[in-house]
Design a protein around this ligand. Structure first.
Ligand code: ADP
Length: 293
């Protein structure tokens, strides 16, 4: 149903009272290691809801790579195109402060080595899928190649340009939809960004994508030209990965044949369910849990 081409990271999390200044050492909590990375997160979000899902990407030949592969397999994600690369797996070094605020250093590792050749080798997989989901934690040439392979095969492209970076117009033109949070929307629109979320979504549409969804945290989302989509009211414990849960869920519902608005209504419920528990993948709901919300 869904192929995700993107990143897999080991998230290494330590809680601290305060962050060290240059040359200083502070003691932190025990280290916690979680499976993460936007690509893997989206794949797991879709798989947990019942989608047949594959992750096209790269991990290193180290312990983190083995851990991520095993964890994806446990969630039923097809890892046959998750190549092992000599060297380190992608890692996010995360410190969480007393207010729950985080600072993150991402070391891309094997994610930076995903190539156009890797994508060419997965053309069959992309062609057999209904939806291809893309982000920007792997090199742009690989993202572009994947989008073109999808276009050639008639596979729908869902794209979340995160972390924010300039996106070629040719890639934007293939997005159906382009999915952005408010921060990413502001980046793409620059100084011209309108204040109103619905106007923002319409402004993004003028950049060329076939459709646009802007996510608004607790306020839900906007589908350009189709209005607001509400999010259920929940007590937010940890919003990490909410956007990835939303995108993975949206990709799955589009693959099943839902209309965009209908898919976004469901995805907003999945995003809301994901903020009720700590972590990213560890917080993603099953279809039954979404139903119960
Ligand atoms: P990102 O994680 O990319 O910043 P958002 O914060 O916009 O993305 O969240 C994505 C989706 O998750 C939202 O559209 C919404 O459905 C859900 N969500 C996020 N935060 C909350 C919250 N505090 N309460 C309810 N739903 C939320």
């Amino acid at each position: 149903d869904v192929v995700v081409a993107g990143s897999a990271n080991a998230d290494l999390v330590v809680r601290v009272e305060r962050r060290p200044a240059s040359g200083e050492t502070v003691a932190g909590s025990d280290l916690a290691t979680f499976p993460g990375g936007k690509g893997a997160n989206q794949a797991v979000a879709a798989a947990r809801l019942g989608a047949r899902t594959a992750l096209l990407g790269r991990v290193g030949d180290d312990g983190h790579g083995a851990l991520l592969r095993a964890s994806l397999e446990r969630d039923g994600v097809d890892v046959s195109r998750l190549a092992a690369t000599p060297g380190p797996t992608g890692v996010a070094l995360i410190t969480v402060g007393p207010e729950g605020d985080n600072s993150i250093i991402v070391s891309p590792g094997a994610n930076a080595r995903l190539t156009e050749e890797d994508v060419a080798g997965a053309a069959d997989l992309i062609g057999a899928a209904r939806v291809l989901s893309l982000q920007l934690e792997v090199p742009l040439p690989a993202v572009l190649a994947a989008a073109r392979a999808a276009e050639a095969a008639g596979t729908r492209v869902v794209f979340n340009p995160s972390p924010p970076a300039p996106v070629p117009a040719g890639l934007l033109a293939l997005c159906d939809p382009l999915i952005v949070n408010e921060h990413e929307a502001a980046f793409l629109l620059g100084e011209d960004a309108p204040e109103d979320p619905e106007e923002r979504a319409s402004a993004l549409l003028t950049l060329g994508p076939r459709s646009v969804v802007v996510t608004l945290g607790a306020e839900g989302a906007v589908v350009a030209g189709e209005g607001r989509v509400p999010s259920p009211r929940v007590t937010a414990v940890d919003t990490t990965g909410a956007g990835d849960a939303f995108t993975g869920a949206l990709a799955w519902r589009l693959a099943r044949g839902d209309g965009l608005r209908e898919a976004a209504v469901f995805a907003a419920r999945v995003g809301a369910a994901a903020v009720r528990r700590p972590g990213a993948q560890s917080s993603f709901p099953t279809a039954e849990e979404v139903e119960a919300l």
